[in-house]
Design a protein around this ligand. Structure first.
Ligand code: SAM
Ligand code: SF4
Length: 339
């Protein structure tokens, strides 16, 4: 694992945003609040689980807030809480309240499997959470339970309904298609956007964590969604150009209430537009999901924390190196990083 030379001083950005070596302005932080999860999705975690961080190795809320504050001083505007499953972290609404107070946080979002969301959606919204992305890989209860190794589809659907009720909008659903496992549901899952004003996003399976050892046949290009639903066409932006939402390319069809997003890290590398950094639950900055580089942030404050963040941002690679034969270089699995 390479570490940044934080001893070298990095000039503070003279514009609103810190930029990496490729000139990308960093404005999006994915903050993992736990490596634990109530599910064991087949592509994410081994059935028996993985060694978990010790309680004392997980950042406290105060430490997470200090990190977010320093990131916002460097231009971060969007913060997404993730995990593991962020809803297993006790007191999450309190963390949301604390982060809402941080100057510069314009959007505060959560990525969740939603199985624990129903009872707390209202409290999270009241605390200042703006929106949620929900992972949903099947609409068939038995298959959902098999993929998540024990999750209940009804709980996830109740969580989605509660999120809507609480005004956590716009709602986005994320699906990972896996060849021979759930790719026959592409049309059904995309079809949720036919009648509902949601973005249904298909994320290509990546060779990281458990999936790094999977056969190639599991890796379905997101193009399969367009083949399964031929009526979908690109959504046009204001100038007629194909519209994107972050790393998602957007598609829809006449009469559809929502949109379908394709997130294609494998078949269409989108790293040129990546403006995100990640912080793990044990307080290490990852400039790229797939690189081995990490910069420890724990115990730092003030200028030392800023310098560590700038050093990490400078390490952001031009692009990831994954393809059909090269797996992710990340030493950590997805449940440790947060996706
Ligand atoms: N537990 C929460 C959830 O499932 O939404 C948040 C953490 S999870 C690690 C974040 C996202 O990573 C999920 O949408 C999940 O589907 C995705 N993910 C995990 N492993 C993946 C892999 N090998 N390839 C693509 N996406 C993956
Ligand atoms: Fe848990 Fe999310 Fe990983 Fe599934 S994808 S095991 S819900 S962290």
């Amino acid at each position: 694992m390479r570490s940044a030379q934080t001893a070298r001083r990095h000039p503070r950005p003279d514009c609103a945003h810190a930029r990496d070596g490729e000139g990308r302005a960093i404005e999006y932080l994915r903050l993992s609040v736990t490596d634990r999860c109530n599910c064991r999705c087949a592509y994410c975690m081994p059935a028996g689980g993985v060694p978990m961080l010790r309680h004392e190795d997980v950042c406290s809320f105060e430490e997470l807030v200090r990190i977010v504050r320093a990131c916002c001083e460097l231009g971060v505007r969007k913060v997404r809480l993730t995990g593991g499953e962020p809803l297993v972290r006790r007191g999450l609404p309190e963390l949301v309240r604390m982060l809402r107070e941080v100057p510069g946080v314009e959007e505060l979002a959560l990525t969740t499997n939603a199985t624990l969301l129903a009872p707390v959606a209202g409290e999270l919204a009241a605390a200042g959470l703006d929106r949620v992305n929900v992972s949903l890989d099947s609409l068939r209860p038995e298959r959902y339970a098999a993929i998540t190794r024990g999750g209940r589809l009804d709980d996830a659907l109740a969580g989605i309904a509660a999120a809507r009720e609480a005004g956590l909008a716009p709602l986005k659903l994320n699906c990972v298609l896996m060849g021979g496992i759930n790719d026959d549901e592409a049309a059904d899952i995309a079809g949720i956007a036919r009648n509902e004003a949601v973005d249904v996003r298909f994320i290509e399976l990546m060779p990281i964590g458990e999936a790094a050892r999977w056969p190639r046949a599991r890796f379905v290009p997101a193009e399969a969604v367009l083949e399964a639903v031929p009526e979908l066409g690109p959504v046009a932006g204001p100038g007629g150009e194909p519209l994107r939402d972050g790393v998602a390319e957007l598609f829809s069809a006449p009469g559809w209430a929502g949109r379908v997003g394709l997130i294609r890290p494998m078949s269409h590398r989108f790293c040129f537009g990546c403006t995100r950094i990640r912080v793990t639950a044990d307080g290490r900055l990852k400039p790229c999901l797939h690189s081995a580089d990490e910069v420890p942030l724990r115990g730092l404050s003030g200028e030392a924390l800023t310098q560590a963040l700038l050093a990490g941002i400078a390490l952001k690679p031009a692009h990831h190196g994954m393809d059909g034969t090269h797996a992710s270089e990340s030493a950590r699995a997805m449940n440790e990083i947060g996706g």
